[in-house]
Design a binder for this molecule. Structure first.
Ligand SMILES: [Mg+2]
Length: 428
C-alpha cells in the first residue's frame, strides 16, 4: 500500500536519548546529569544524555576511551537493559497509535505517523499534543518533525532536536530552504558515507544544496537512492509509509533456564508464564489460536543417554485467545511428555494457525454470558499489564521467579515486569 499523493503530511516522532531516558525514569537523581548507556558486554557508548554529548563523548566510542572523561565528570554509566527499553518502547508506540490511523514503527525509538487528515494550520499544535501526551503517559521526552515526505520529516526532526519546543513543522514553514541549509549533507536521511564523500567533492554540503541540484545531474551521477532523496527534499514523496505490520501466523515463546530444571512444578510455572505472554501478544493483535505446541528438552550437549526432547501438539476444538483455556491445555500436554530424571534446559510453547479474532466462533457449549465475562477479564489483564508493566497482573500458577542469566556490571537491573522494582514514594 502506498500513499504517493501530494498532500502528504508525515510526522517523525523520535525519543530523545532513548536508553538514557528509560534509565532516568527510574532514577530521577540522574536527571540533568551526564549519563551514558553501553552496548552489550559494556563495549561502546550507544546512548548519551545531552550533558554527556556536551562533554565530547561520541556515539559508538569504545568505553575504555571515555573512561577518563567519565571519571573526571562523574558521568553515570549503565549497561544495556533491553527488557526495560523494549517495554518502554511498546508503551510509547501504544500511546502514539491513537494519534494516527497509519503509523510505521521505524525503530525501537522512532515512528512515522501519517497526519494527512490534520489541517495544515493545526499541525504544529497536534505535534505539541503528541509530545505532551507521550511525556505525560510514559515519561519519555521526544522530538517531532513534520514534513510532506519522510525525508523532510526526518530533516524537521533533526532541527526539532535542537529546538526547545521539540516540534518543527516544515509543511507550513516559509523558511524551509533556510532550515535545510542548516543540515549537513551527511545528516540527511538516506545519505551514507560514500555518497557524502561524493557530494562534498561536488560542492553539495547541505540538505539545501542537494535539494536545488538538477535532477539530470543526480540521475546521471548517483543511484536510484540518490535521486529519491533529492526528490523527497523537494517535497515529492518517493518513500511510502509502511503502516501494515504483517500479522504473525505463529507466536513462539520459549526460554532456556539459567539453572537446569528437574521437577514438573517448575516446568509448569515456566509454561504458564510463556502462555500468559503469548496470549497477551495475540490478544493485542486481536488474534485467536487453533493449535498449541508444547516442547521441552535437555541440553543437546548432554551425554546421549541423558538427552531427552519431546513435544506435543494440541488442536483446539474452537479458536480462542483466552489465557486460562490455553494454559489448561498446555499444562496437560506438558504432563504427557514430561519424564522424571532429566535435567531440562529449555521449554516453550508455539501458538499456530493464528487468525483475526473477528471470525471468533462462539463455543456452542458455553453460554454467551460466560464468554463475555472471560473476554472482559482478559481485557482487564492486558490493560493492567500495559499500564503497570508486564506480568503486573498474572495467574497464580506463574510464580514469576527471578532468574537472571546474564551479568552486566552497570545494569540498573530495573525490570518493569517485576513488582520488586516499583518505585517507592517517600512522603515528607
Ligand atoms: Mg532517538
Amino acid at each position: 500500500m502506498s500513499f504517493m499523493h501530494y498532500n502528504n503530511k508525515i510526522a517523525l516522532v523520535d525519543c530523545n536519548s532513548f536508553y538514557v531516558s528509560c534509565e532516568r525514569l527510574f532514577n530521577p537523581s540522574i536527571n540533568k546529569k551526564p549519563v551514558i548507556v553501553l552496548s552489550s558486554n559494556d563495549g561502546c557508548v550507544i546512548s548519551r544524555s545531552t550533558e554527556a554529548k556536551n562533554l565530547g563523548i561520541k556515539m559508538g566510542e569504545p568505553y575504555f576511551k571515555v573512561k577518563k572523561t567519565v571519571k573526571e565528570n562523574d558521568v553515570s554509566v549503565f549497561s544495556t537493559n533491553f527488557a526495560l527499553y523494549g517495554d518502554i518502547s511498546r508503551r510509547v508506540m501504544e500511546t502514539l497509535k491513537q494519534f494516527s490511523p497509519q503509523m510505521e514503527i521505524y525503530s525501537i525509538d522512532e515512528a512515522f505517523l501519517d497526519l494527512s487528515s490534520i489541517k495544515n494550520e493545526d499541525l504544529l499544535e497536534h505535534g505539541y499534543k503528541i509530545r505532551k501526551t507521550i511525556l505525560k503517559w510514559t515519561g519519555i521526552p521526544t522530538s517531532i518533525g513534520i514534513g510532506t515526505t519522510k525525508t523532510l520529516s526526518k530533516a524537521a526532526n533533526y532541527i526539532a532536536k535542537k529546538e526547545k519546543s521539540g516540534v518543527v513543522d516544515l509543511v507550513n514553514s516559509k523558511k524551509i530552504n533556510e532550515l535545510l541549509s542548516r543540515i549537513k549533507i551527511n545528516d540527511v536521511w538516506g545519505v551514507g558515507k560514500q555518497l557524502t564523500k561524493f557530494y562534498i567533492r561536488n560542492g553539495i554540503n547541505t540538505a539545501y544544496d542537494l535539494k536545488k541540484i538538477h535532477n539530470n545531474w543526480i540521475k546521471k551521477n548517483t543511484n536510484v537512492f540518490g535521486s529519491r532523496t533529492a526528490m523527497e527534499l523537494r517535497g515529492h514523496p518517493c518513500v511510502s509509509l509502511e503502516p501494515y505490520e504483517e500479522k504473525r501466523k505463529n507466536c513462539c515463546v520459549s526460554r532456556s533456564f539459567g539453572k537446569k530444571v528437574t521437577n514438573l512444578e517448575d516446568l509448569n510455572e515456566a509454561i504458564t508464564t510463556h502462555c500468559l505472554n503469548a496470549t497477551q501478544k495475540i490478544r493485542l493483535d486481536k488474534q485467536t489460536v487453533k493449535k498449541i505446541t508444547v516442547f521441552i528438552r535437555t541440553s543437546p550437549f548432554q551425554m546421549k543417554s541423558n538427552y531427552y526432547a519431546n513435544s506435543k501438539n494440541i488442536d483446539l476444538p474452537i479458536r480462542t485467545n483466552d489465557s486460562i483455556v490455553i494454559i489448561k491445555q498446555a499444562l496437560s500436554a506438558l504432563k504427557s511428555i514430561y519424564k522424571k530424571g532429566y535435567r531440562y534446559q529449555k521449554t516453550g510453547i508455539i501458538l499456530s494457525g493464528l487468525k483475526d479474532a473477528d471470525i471468533y466462533n462462539k463455543n456452542l457449549f458455553s453460554t454467551i454470558n460466560n464468554d463475555e465475562k472471560r473476554i472482559k477479564l482478559m481485557k482487564a489483564i492486558d490493560h493492567t499489564n500495559i499500564k503497570y508493566g508486564n506480568n503486573a497482573l498474572s495467574i497464580a500458577q506463574a510464580r514469576l521467579k527471578k532468574r537472571r542469566n546474564t551479568k552486566k556490571q552497570y545494569s540498573s537491573k530495573i525490570n518493569t515486569a517485576c513488582f520488586d522494582f516499583l518505585p517507592t514514594v517517600k512522603i515528607a
